[in-house]
Ligand binder design. Structure first.
Ligand code: ZN
Length: 192
């Protein structure tokens, strides 16, 4: 994951790093801060505001996260059980069974979408939206377009509420045009 810089602004009237602006560095619009993610108290202020007197911290400080949460302990326990079961399968049955079991556990643990781009193509794992009925096991086409109404773009494998798939980001014709435009722009920018 790419680490992104956080906006260093902090209102003077509020003490503690919790009140640092929680938006990304060089954001547009008002600075915003609150005590925690679930806090109902939010403050926002603009550069040059006289309502909140604020200071700007040197360097970049990240919004502090609690290291040990209940959710994390449960996930660690979950992975410990998975590790024990995988090791059991590996040593007492077959390695294939262990690998399949581990891959399935990995897939079913998907809570957020993860994608890797290879030029025109993307591979990724993503959770099935709760509005869609989840198949127990399915293989299907990934359709292009925002509402998946376009032509076929790739294949996906779905297990319960998680899916893995490979698909193209744009059609062959669009990709050719895109590459041409990009190389033209590059040639224009960097004359040799
Ligand atoms: Zn800010």
């Amino acid at each position: 994951m790419k680490r992104r810089k956080q906006c260093p602004a902090q209102p003077k009237g509020y003490i503690g790093p919790e009140w640092q602006c929680q938006r990304l560095a060089e954001h547009e619009g008002a600075h915003q801060a609150s005590y925690s993610k679930t806090s109902r108290a939010h403050i926002s202020w603009n550069d040059g505001d006289t309502v909140f007197d604020y200071k700007t911290l040197p360097g970049n400080v990240r919004f502090p996260k609690r290291l040990w949460t209940e959710e994390r302990s449960l996930r660690v326990l979950d992975w410990a059980i998975t590790a024990v079961l995988t090791a059991g399968l590996w040593f007492y049955t077959s390695r294939t069974a262990a690998l399949v079991y581990f891959a399935l556990e990995l897939l079913l643990s998907v809570r957020r979408s993860h994608f890797l781009d290879f030029g025109r193509f993307t591979i990724g794992a993503w959770p099935v939206p709760p509005t869609a009925p989840a198949p127990i096991l399915g293989i299907g086409w990934v359709l292009a377009g925002e509402d998946r109404t376009g032509p076929k773009a790739g294949l996906e494998l779905t297990v319960g509420r998680a899916a893995v798939g490979v698909f193209s980001l744009m059609s062959r014709a669009d990709w050719a045009t895109y590459k041409e435009q990009r190389s033209k722009a590059r040639a224009g920018e960097e004359p040799q």
